[in-house]
Design a protein around this ligand. Structure first.
Ligand code: 5AD
Ligand code: FES
Length: 379
């Protein structure tokens, strides 16, 4: 074993046992991993026989093996699927990274009706999905009453399914109303915990304080909550990422969404470099070790920057995949970033494709609600 591999082994052992490292140690860990990744091909390790691209340095192999070990302690070989329904791409916000920001006049806008959403759920249910994720821009044309009506209809039709909302910043009262209507989970990435970085990514009217207020309200209201960040977003430093790790460990989310930033051609960040596959995989694995029972998706963005990005995500400790259930005629319009995959595929073909991909990575699809390990669902 090389000196670097031995050092990584020591740091990973400590991370696995104590679930934390000092800032300096985390910096050292990420630096060694980045350097090792660039190293010569001779010392490379194949970590999955069925995926030729699953090759990494000895140091990365140590990290990923630890992440998989921990993941398997909590979730075995199961991968949970979530059916994603992108029901509106209207958005009142103007986040500088996002393709559906309100200033993007080129985005072709659409909204799904309640019936269209229920149709997606029916299709998804028949394909075996037991979690529906309703995601959209912040579109106030769906009033709280409308959201509650949609949620309670899904709740009544599919009592055995989890309902996840991902519709942005709302008041505590709104979150409470959705919860009472039957929503179980809520996804809202903090995007970055650093106030200065948050300011760089977002327009004035959005603040990190309100974002964190939303996350705390959601948690107090009893939701399973997902937060998260983009990897390699413009202006992001390693210190920012470490701050995010600290924030997330302290907050205790049930789910963490982490994918690479990918520029969108009609946004102010169009010329920025995308986040890398390698950085994303390193971070996924470190999150798995620091917050072991968390639900960790291998994101569509990860699948977009690399043909087997999601499979590599699973091999780095991720345990959730979120295939698209949106009607095919709107899929190509929900474009947060360029090059998004699966925009032309029917739900059934994505479902089948995911089974094959998950199996190839050595895991199995579990068509269950897939709640966070240790979260008591009282129904
Ligand atoms: N690249 C990658 N991810 C993005 N998101 C938004 N825009 C982009 C982009 N250009 C992510 C944000 C948001 C989630 C729904 O999608 O992190 O929270
Ligand atoms: Fe959509 Fe493979 S997951 S086509």
């Amino acid at each position: 074993m090389s000196a670097n591999a031995m050092r990584i082994q020591t740091l990973i052992d400590q991370l696995e046992m104590e679930r934390t490292l000092s800032d300096a140690e985390l910096e050292e860990l990420f630096a060694i991993l980045a350097q090792a990744h660039k190293g010569p091909g001779a010392g490379k390790v194949q970590i999955c026989a069925d995926i030729p691209q699953a090759v990494c340095s000895e140091e990365e192999a140590i990290l990923y093996a630890a992440a998989r070990r921990v993941r398997e302690q909590y979730y075995g070989k199961d991968v949970y699927l979530r059916g994603l329904i992108e029901f509106t791409n209207y958005c009142r916000n103007d986040c500088r990274y996002c393709g559906i920001r309100r200033s993007n006049k080129k985005a072709e806008r659409y909204r799904l009706t309640k019936d269209q959403i229920l149709d997606c759920c029916r299709q998804g249910y028949n394909l075996g999905f037991r979690t529906f994720v309703l995601q959209g821009g912040e579109d106030l044309s769906y009033t709280d009453a409308a959201i509650c009506d949609i949620v309670s209809s899904i709740r009544a039709l599919y009592p055995d399914c989890a309902i996840t909302l991902s519709i942005g910043e709302k008041s505590r009262e709104s979150y409470k109303a959705y919860k009472d209507a039957g929503a179980d989970r809520y996804l809202l990435r903090q995007e970055t915990s650093s106030p200065a970085h948050y300011r760089y990514l977002h327009p004035e009217e959005l603040t990190i304080e309100n974002r964190k207020r939303c996350l705390s309200d959601l948690k107090e209201l009893g939701y399973q909550v997902g937060c998260g960040i983009m990897v390699g977003s413009p202006g992001q430093t390693l210190a920012n990422v470490i701050e995010d790790l600290r924030y997330m460990q302290d907050f205790g989310p049930h789910m963490i969404g982490v994918g690479p930033f990918i520029p969108h051609k009609d946004t102010p960040f169009k010329d920025e470099a995308p986040g890398t596959l390698t950085d994303t995989l390193h971070l996924l694995a470190v999150i798995r070790l620091m917050i072991p029972g968390v639900l960790l998706p291998a994101t569509t963005a990860l699948g977009t920057i690399h043909p087997v990005g999601r499979e590599l995500g699973l091999l780095a400790g991720a345990n959730v995949i979120m295939p698209n259930l949106s009607p095919v005629n709107v899929r190509g319009k929900y474009l947060l970033y360029d090059g998004k995959i699966c925009t032309g595929d029917e739900a059934a073909s994505c479902r089948h494709c995911m089974d094959l991909r998950i199996a190839r990575a050595g895991y199995q699809t579990a068509m269950v609600r897939g709640d966070c390990a240790g979260f008591a669902v009282n129904d």
